[in-house]
Each structure stands twice: as structure tokens, then as C-alpha cells.
Design a protein around this ligand. Structure first.
Ligand code: PAF
Length: 274
């Protein structure tokens, strides 16, 4: 892959890259379509990265369907699909990690303490292998996007990072490979995430600025559904990801909720405040 990328760069081609863990859905495909527009060559990776899963999480059962992924990737015009194996990415003796500090500490960093270290390490490795000019990530994983932006800036990586809006199902549920775990009843309960975010946004539009008041309403909606257990519901500064009490101009509402055994995340940016 490195040799191929080096060759493409020598030929003056712009490499656009979309890293994924596979089980592709419309959210991934929207990133790929944008990458197709922006680059001469579109490379994606499919790699379920073990270092970003904690003990007892869903690494083993994470959904996989490489045949279908290849088909979908082909349909959106992907040029190269990079699918390394775990021993290729983490050979015996591997012991180097990339760790971003503050922005990775709050939100998912609390309940998944080594998650972002795994993400930033694998993304650095993928960047070194694929050598992209630009890489595209979804805003659904908002903290991941902020963390990667921080890493790229702090480590002077010469790569443009582009974040694209969350793609949602008709009922508002954010697209995620993990939605495949949900049964019918859980799927219905999962709608409460977007419903609550939407209510939060409405309150903000009506002039509410207290995060305590907004979060109370959000919690009420999610807890009103059976099968839900909130990991966190927070309103943070969209750059630093620190909790805030009163919203001035901008904020991000971030949620992680367990629906049965499935942990889902979602977020919404509040902006345009006066
Ligand atoms: O967002 C994902 O699918 C993963 O975290 C990523 C960026 C591919 C790294 O494994």
C-alpha cells in the first residue's frame, strides 16, 4: 500500500482517504462520495481495530460483511480498498501509541478510557501507510473528529481533515454499524436519542441557555423509554469538549446511551446563539 501510494503521489495524484471499520452504511458512503469529488484517487480502509475496544466490549462480535462492503465501495467508485490484518497492523513487539490528552478525556474518554488512544494510533498508522492528502470523517463521532484534528495539528501531519454531517434514518436515528445489534423494540427506544437532541435544540432556539435545564429535558425523554440507560448526556464547548454551564455562542450536546446491550452515541451542534 505504501509503495502504491508513493507511486500515486509521484504521478501528482491527490489521494482522498476514508478510514472505516467496515459494515458500510449510507453514512460511510456519503463520506466516500465527497472523497470521490475531492481526490483523484479514492482509498478506503476496512479494519476493525482491536486497540480501540476495551475489555468486555464488542470487538469480537462487531458486525462484519466484507463481500457486501466491497460491492458498496465499488458502487461509489472507490479505487483501492486497504484491508490489513491484525498481525500486519500490530505485529509481535508492537509498543508505540499516539495519545491526545485533554479533548479525549471527557465524554467517551470516561467510560472508554483507552478508546481514543487506540483510534489515534491506528489513524496515524493508516495515514503513514496510505499517505493521503485529505481524509474524511463523520461528525457522528464528534469527539473522534475533534481528537483527530488536534492530533493532526499538534503533530504537524500534512493532511487536510474534513468532517461531514451525520447521516440519519428517516426517524432521526444516526446511522451506525452498531444499529445492526438492535431488535425492533430497541430500535424504537433508540429514536429517543435524536428526539431528545431535537428538543434540546428547540429549547436553545427559544432562548434557553442553562445546560442544566436543557439536559433535564433531554434525560426525561431518554429515560421515558424502557431499555435505555444513559452513559452520559452533556453539553460541552465544541472545541475543548469541556462541560459548560451556560451556553454563550456555540455548544455541542453529546449523548452516549445504552439500549439494551448496545451503546449508541449521537450529538448535535447548537450554534447561532446571540
Ligand atoms: O470511526 C471509525 O470507524 C474508526 O474509529 C476509525 C476512524 C476507522 C479508526 O479505527
Amino acid at each position: 500500500m505504501q509503495q502504491r501510494s508513493e507511486q500515486l503521489r509521484t504521478e501528482g495524484k491527490t489521494i482522498a482517504f476514508v478510514p472505516t471499520m467496515g459494515y458500510l452504511h449510507e453514512g460511510h458512503l456519503s463520506l466516500m462520495r465527497e472523497a470521490r469529488e475531492k481526490g483523484d484517487v479514492l482509498i478506503i480502509s476496512i479494519f476493525v481495530n482491536p486497540t480501540q475496544f476495551g475489555p468486555g466490549e464488542d470487538y469480537e462480535r462487531y458486525p462484519r460483511n466484507i463481500k457486501r462492503d466491497f460491492q458498496l465501495a465499488q458502487e461509489v467508485g472507490v479505487d483501492i480498498i486497504f484491508t490489513p490484518s491484525v498481525p500486519e497492523m500490530y505485529p509481535a513487539g508492537f509498543q508505540t501509541f499516539v495519545e491526545v490528552e485533554k479533548v479525549a478525556e471527557n465524554l467517551c474518554g470516561i467510560s472508554r478510557p483507552h478508546h481514543f488512544r487506540g483510534v489515534t494510533t491506528v489513524v496515524t498508522k493508516l495515514f503513514n501507510i496510505v499517505k493521503p492528502h485529505l481524509a474524511i470523517f463523520g461528525q457522528k463521532d464528534y469527539q473522534q473528529l475533534v481528537t483527530i484534528n488536534r492530533m493532526v495539528a499538534d503533530l504537524n501531519m500534512d493532511i487536510e481533515i474534513i468532517g461531514l454531517p451525520t447521516v440519519r434514518e428517516a426517524d432521526g436515528l444516526a446511522m451506525s454499524s452498531r444499529n445492526a445489534y438492535l431488535n425492533l423494540e430497541e430500535r424504537k427506544a433508540a429514536q429517543s436519542l435524536y428526539r431528545s437532541l431535537h428538543t434540546g435544540e428547540e429549547l436553545f432556539r427559544q432562548g434557553e441557555r442553562s445546560t442544566k435545564v436543557i439536559l433535564q429535558e433531554i434525560r426525561k425523554i431518554i429515560e421515558g423509554e424502557a431499555l435505555t440507560q444513559i452513559d452520559y448526556a452533556k453539553i460541552c464547548d465544541p472545541q475543548t469538549l469541556e462541560d459548560i454551564e451556560d451556553i454563550e455562542k456555540e455548544a455541542v450536546i453529546a449523548l452516549a446511551v445504552k439500549i439494551g446491550k448496545t451503546r449508541l452515541i449521537d450529538n448535535l451542534i447548537l450554534e447561532g446563539g446571540v
